[in-house]
Write a protein that binds this ligand. Sequence first.
Ligand SMILES: Nc1ncnc2c1ncn2[C@@H]1O[C@H](COP(=O)(O)OP(=O)(O)O)[C@@H](O)[C@H]1O
Ligand SMILES: [Mg+2]
Length: 370
Amino acid sequence: MGTAAIEVRGLWKIFGPKADRIIGSPDAELDSAALRAKTGCTAAVRDVSFEVRPGEVFVVMGLSGSGKSTLVRCLTRLIEPTGGDVAIGGEDVRGMSATQLRELRRHRVSMVFQHFGLLPHRRVLDNVAYGLEIQGVAKAVRHEKARAILSLVGLEGHEDSYPDQLSGGMQQRVGLARALAVDPEVLLFDEPFSALDPLIRRDMQAEVVRLHREVGKTMVFITHDLSEALKLGERIAIMRNGSIVQVGTPEELVGAPADDYVADFVRDVPKSHVLSLRWISRQPDADEPLDGPELPADTVIHDAIPAAMASARPIRVVADGELVGVVDRVDLLGAVRLGEGIGAQAGEALAGTRSSSASASASAPSAEEA
Ligand SMILES: Nc1ncnc2c1ncn2[C@@H]1O[C@H](COP(=O)(O)OP(=O)(O)O)[C@@H](O)[C@H]1O
Ligand SMILES: [Mg+2]
């Protein structure tokens, strides 16, 4: 297999009697309820394929019961897949011996769970050093490493506390630190923040973004929360009934949902906060001025509004020093109107400024029409 950090091909997990006979049989086509009625089996993961690039944050999002936990546990065979292939760092996980699997889980892949799974009778420091202890790393070395990681996650000074002396958010920081301490290639997160209060949860999401920036690890992050997915994911896979229905960037999911299911999920997302100028830019018309303000192509629409309001000329959208296209006020207005909430407000603000500059672009409709 190629250079992907994680590569999954045709992965299945079916729970129940004679599960392995179902793949490739007509029963595999049955929906969950029919399959259960006929065979007593549950297809938790159905023919799933995706790749995670090195250093990427890949989010798997879906409602409860859609198969997310089963999928992520199949990656290191904490749950044994029924069929298909998994490779981590180019190595075939399904072909690994018990010893190789143990190596994989101890050294190369760490997991962070919703229930932090901390050892209650161990100090924070020893919880964080636990993975290194299992590896047989000498005490002084592992403590030094654990201290460094604790300060990385903002828990300096709590080394000697016990888990139950810490708040939920702090305990999850310990969970994060423990996962990072072994310096794994890949971090797997299974809804790690779902049990936390919303404000703490937001802090922790920011913490993951920051840690990712600092340590650059490949991350697979499971969540049922769309806003969390959009905040963290470079790409997001949407799961439904064991299958992946779409994999894409936040922009692709919001701007071009693959089906009604995804469309329903993203309907309330303010488009102007997700879609970038690249998404809506177009080739300039022959008579359009090309001396307007310049903005990077990855600027989200919302952030481009001040520039659009300040200049009557179309925004020049650039990437790597090259002109990608242009976006004028009418384009922006059309795009924000796609969304609701904040989009509508921004749309009104734009429409309000439009009339004063209607002469700037002869082809644009007036504010009254828009
Ligand atoms: N050990 C098991 N035995 C039978 N069914 C299971 C088992 N684990 C999970 N399932 C079923 O598989 C489906 C997917 O579960 P899960 O992967 O936990 O979903 P999620 O993490 O998205 O909530 C559910 O229908 C669940 O009931
Ligand atoms: Mg789950």
